[in-house]
Design a protein. Sequence first.
Length: 85
Amino acid sequence: MSLAIGISSRGHTVETKDFLAIARETGAYTIAITTRVDCPIARTADEVVLFTSAEAWPQAGSAMHVPPLVLLSEYLCQCLQMAEV
């Protein structure tokens, strides 16, 4: 099984939504990581992982949130791979 993960803070990034839609159409399981449950990428994905921040996000310096989100994506991929074995 293929897995596609899209990350968008507010969930309105057109390219991310389109990526998830195409991946889902071709049979991939899709996960959206976003701050909003009711947004385009959340409606496009099979599953939604919500994340929050103490302050408004994104903002200056918010790039520090990116590495943990990438790590979460990697962890999700590894879990799926282990489940297939």
